[in-house]
Design a binder for this molecule. Structure first.
Ligand code: NDP
Length: 267
């Protein structure tokens, strides 16, 4: 990879693993100075040591920590040109029987956390002298509802699209670009902490078998960031070639956690 982002100051949330970590590495390899924000300090420090990044430990669901995290990153980098909102969680389940705590967890991280970090970052992005960009990591689940167990995760990702489109209009006069990226299955740890239900087992299997790599998503983000300032990439949608969309027509047969079949469902 060349030095297409030389000197650009980049903050990546969700930078401790998966898509966020890969994006941080790819931006650094392209010449950017990068801060990574997440909760797991040990992960952040290992990544920062290996790639000369700035580790910022913060929980985006706490508005105070989100604002303080953006402030620490911006101070360490000497300003901010790019924000990549990759922090996210997923809990599949049917509305009939899902624990509302899981709804709140998804809304808190995927929507309110993204908003808190973004609000804190906007003044710094507006002060950037070139290439100011926000990249929001949504999902193919933010473009269509793939299965009955995806209601609230999809709702949060539809929200990411809506917020991104409104932000693009709001920040256009300031020259800040906004990009929404929607991956299908990606081989990451997103499903690791979940329960052992059939649907989760299928997600894990799909991510591990057909899932594209986090580096593939990171490369698409770097591509959007590397476009001339006069070009805004509004949306990128990308799926594994082997992700079978015909399987999205799943049913609610049997118990909730077993709903759906085939190779579709998440992403
Ligand atoms: P990972 O689980 O590997 O990464 C999720 C990241 O979010 C971690 O770095 C985690 O760090 C961070 N995070 C979670 N909660 C918080 C919080 N409260 N505060 C700060 N950071 C938090 O999964 P992915 O890389 O797959 O997920 C990245 C994004 O990609 C998510 O938004 C996800 O919805 C989206 N996505 C993923 C797909 C997939 O198939 N994997 C498909 C489509 C979209 P820590 O735990 O250290 O806080």
């Amino acid at each position: 990879m060349g030095a297409g982002l030389t000197g650009r100051r980049v903050l990546v949330t969700g930078g401790s693993s998966g898509i966020g970590a890969a994006t941080a590495r790819a931006c650094a390899a392209a010449g950017a100075r990068v801060a990574v924000l997440a909760r797991r300090a040990d992960r952040l420090e290992a990544l920062a040591d290996a790639h000369d990044l700035v580790p910022v430990t913060a929980d985006v669901t706490d508005p105070g920590q989100a604002a303080e995290g953006v402030a620490r990153a911006t101070t360490a980098l000497g300003g901010l040109d790019v924000l990549v909102n990759a922090a996210g969680v997923m809990h599949p389940g049917l509305i009939t029987d899902q624990d509302p705590a899981e709804w709140r967890a998804m809304v808190d991280v995927n929507v309110l956390g993204l908003l808190a970090v973004t609000q804190a970052a906007i003044p710094h992005l507006e002060a950037s002298d070139g290439g100011a960009t926000i990249v929001n990591v949504s999902s193919m689940s933010g473009r269509r509802v793939p299965s009955p167990t995806g209601a609230v995760y999809s709702a949060t990702k539809f929200a990411v699209h809506a917020i991104g489109e409104a932000l693009r209009q709001e920040l256009q006069p300031a020259g800040v670009r906004v990009t929404t990226i929607s991956p299908g299955f990606v081989a990451t740890e997103l499903f690791d902490e979940l329960d052992q239900s059939d649907v989760v087992a299928r997600y894990r299997r799909m991510a591990a078998t057909v899932g594209i790599s986090p580096e593939d998503v990171a490369a698409a983000i770097v591509h959007a960031l590397s476009a001339p300032d006069s070009v805004t990439t509004v949306e990128i949608a990308m799926v594994p070639t082997d992700q079978d969309d015909s399987a999205y027509a799943s049913s609610v047969s049997g118990s909730g956690s077993g709903a759906g079949s085939g190779t579709g469902d998440a992403g």
